[in-house]
Design a protein around this ligand. Structure first.
Ligand SMILES: [Zn+2]
Length: 256
């Protein structure tokens, strides 16, 4: 058994033409599987192309809240076509981001809800992006999500809020910030949350964890997230690996 990176943008432009080398590197770092999150059609087409020769990753596709100004209802129809006709195991990342965009909150909510309805219809887990918008994200999921399965990715809110998302059926995924020295809130979440509700991720190429900050991030760094969680919980890192990997397969059912 190995580590699973539950969120990485390996088909984005930062990783142009490196796909096979990356997976060679991941094998050496005991990375068993990666969820490749595609935020646009060009990412998606690249990921689908690699599905023929590499079975070490899964695909998620959906419209990120920061791209919502470019999206209309035709894109939602097309999203449905792609999700229905390909091996795509999650709808995401979708959600709300009030950190980067405060001017289009209504449109963000509108397209978040449209994509939730699509996930309900297709019975797909969702990968949720929520930044400075935890309560609105919670309220919308509570009202519209009928499936109650998915991930709150790169979780950055409080332990109390995490418990609320867990009650809705969600897993909490921790990323690089949990390794940052003064990131007290993610550390508190990591320490107190039950391991059976946790996933680990890199969000590559962003958010490189300590001790590699300043370098480009890739999925091999997910080991540092697991190590920090193990340290905070005072347990063996292998326990973190085994349980987070099990949590991932219980949600997505993609174990070979
Ligand atoms: Zn992401």
């Amino acid at each position: 058994m190995g580590y699973i990176d539950s969120h990485a943008h390996l088909c984005c432009k930062d990783f142009e033409n490196e796909f096979d080398q990356l997976f060679d590197k991941f094998k050496e770092s005991n990375i068993e599987r990666v969820m490749i999150v595609c935020c646009d059609k060009s990412d998606l087409l690249k990921a689908l192309k690699h599905q023929g020769t590499n079975d070490k990753f899964d695909i998620a596709y959906g419209f990120h809240p920061s791209d919502i100004n470019k999206i209309n209802d035709n894109d939602i129809d097309e999203l449905e076509q792609y999700l229905s006709n390909n091996k795509i195991v999650a709808l995401g990342e979708i959600g709300l981001d009030y950190y980067w965009d405060k001017e289009n909150i209504d449109k963000q909510k509108e397209y978040f809800i449209k994509q939730i309805k699509l996930a309900n219809k297709l019975d797909l887990p969702m990968i949720i992006h929520s930044r400075d918008a935890a309560l609105d994200t919670y309220d919308i999921l509570k009202e519209y999500d009928k499936n109650g399965k998915g991930i709150i990715h790169c979780y950055s809110s409080s332990y109390q809020m995490a418990q609320m998302f867990i009650k809705l059926g969600y897993l909490i995924s921790l990323a690089g910030p949990v390794t940052f020295k003064n990131a007290l809130v993610p550390k508190d979440v990591a320490k107190n949350i039950d391991l059976k509700n946790l996933l680990i991720e890199t969000d590559s190429p962003y958010l490189t964890p300590h001790p590699n900050r300043g370098k480009r991030n890739d999925s091999s760094n997910v080991v540092y997230i697991a190590q920090m969680i193990a340290e905070l919980k005072e347990i063996d890192v292998l326990e973190v690996m085994e349980q987070t990997t099990k949590n991932y397969y219980d949600l997505f059912n993609t174990k070979k």
